[in-house]
Design a binder for this molecule. Structure first.
Ligand SMILES: [Zn+2]
Length: 93
């Protein structure tokens, strides 16, 4: 694949939705996954997720925020659906 001759500065850039800053730094969110969920049993495993965060206010970059919120909501929905009928009457958090 050859890169077309383009000038990146012609294009819009992602800015922080909280403060408007346009500089982001790489960061890592560590998720603690129980061994059972990995089909291994045993100890909880710490799994890193790479994200970018605003260097000014610390908020996640808008694209990472979008993915994070979407996946978190999906996970919550999955958890809700997998609850046993006996629990259907109450919220368990
Ligand atoms: Zn910011």
């Amino acid at each position: 694949m050859t890169m077309p001759d383009l000038n990146l500065f012609e294009y819009p850039e992602e800015v922080c939705s909280e403060c408007g800053n346009n500089v982001f730094a790489p960061g890592i969110i560590f998720k603690k996954v129980p061994g059972v969920a990995l089909g291994e049993g045993g100890d909880t495993v710490t799994v890193p997720i790479k994200v970018a965060y605003c260097t000014k206010c610390g908020a996640l970059s808008p694209s990472d925020r979008e993915v994070y919120d979407k996946e978190t909501a999906k996970a919550a929905e999955k958890k809700k659906n997998s609850q046993k009928p006996a629990n259907s009457g109450g919220l368990i958090l």
